[in-house]
Ligand binder design. Structure first.
Ligand SMILES: [Zn+2]
Length: 77
């Protein structure tokens, strides 16, 4: 699993809407990947996941900006 894969499925993981097998695979990635752990912690703290997953009403432009912000954070981590 790549970091990109992990981030794509983090929303489902936090929601608990993920098959146990896939969750286990994600956890294996997280165990060895500090940036992704930090990413997950940030998501949980800020509650931004809903916005990323499109589950919260947010203008498209803001979603784009938020995604860009988050991917910059990840690059820096
Ligand atoms: Zn990673």
């Amino acid at each position: 699993m790549t970091c990109r894969d992990a981030i794509d499925i983090l929303a489902d993981y936090v929601d608990g809407a993920m098959p146990a097998e896939l969750a286990a695979e994600l956890e294996r990635h997280l165990a060895g990947c500090e940036p992704c752990r930090a990413y997950l912690a940030t998501y949980r703290k800020t509650g931004m996941l809903g916005a990323i997953a499109g589950r919260v009403d947010m203008p498209a432009e803001m979603q784009t900006r938020l995604r860009r912000f988050l991917s910059e954070q990840l690059r820096r981590a």
